[in-house]
Write a protein that binds this ligand. Structure first.
Ligand SMILES: [Fe+2]
Length: 160
């Protein structure tokens, strides 16, 4: 940890940075999943899903920057390399070769729901560490993920 003027203790900042980097790995993974779906989806709802998956990507890319920069603001290091993310992401593995719109919507819904669940746990963990600002950042992200899940999961109405 870098020595900085932030009044949170070094122990707290270190623990918070672990939380941020854990969720950063999920967010980077989620952004890649959204782009995979954006590129590969086919079927009667093509244009709606193609555009929606790109919207999910744009929202998640915003989260990536918020998480990474908060870690650095607290004196830590943003750990967003491919090798770290591949090892650390907690998201379910999406099978390769998906084409059908419902299959992509289902896989991305699973990933969004998993990321939101982990983010909700991070809100509580940050609150326990008495870092309300990071808890608020996680809260904003959880709310965004819930909204994107709504958009994507709505395409599965009647299917699951
Ligand atoms: Fe595109």
């Amino acid at each position: 940890m870098h020595s900085i003027r932030n009044d949170l203790s070094e122990a707290t900042r270190s623990r918070i940075c672990e939380l941020l980097n854990a969720r950063l790995a999920d967010a980077i993974d989620l952004g890649l999943e959204a782009k995979q779906a954006h590129w590969n989806v086919k079927g009667p709802q093509f244009i709606a899903l193609h555009e929606l998956f790109d919207q999910v990507h744009a929202v998640v890319v915003g989260h990536v920057d918020l998480l990474a920069e908060r870690a650095v603001q607290l004196g830590g290091t943003a750990e967003g390399s491919l090798a770290v993310v591949a090892k650390r992401s907690t998201l379910p593995r999406t099978p390769g070769g998906l084409v059908d719109g419902a299959a992509h919507a289902s896989a991305l819904s699973d990933a969004l729901a998993a990321a939101a669940k982990q983010t909700r746990a991070a809100i509580d963990a940050a609150a326990r560490l008495e870092d309300a600002a990071t808890a608020d950042l996680f809260t904003e992200i959880a709310r965004d993920l819930d909204k994107q899940l709504w958009f994507v999961e709505a395409h599965l109405h009647g299917k699951s």
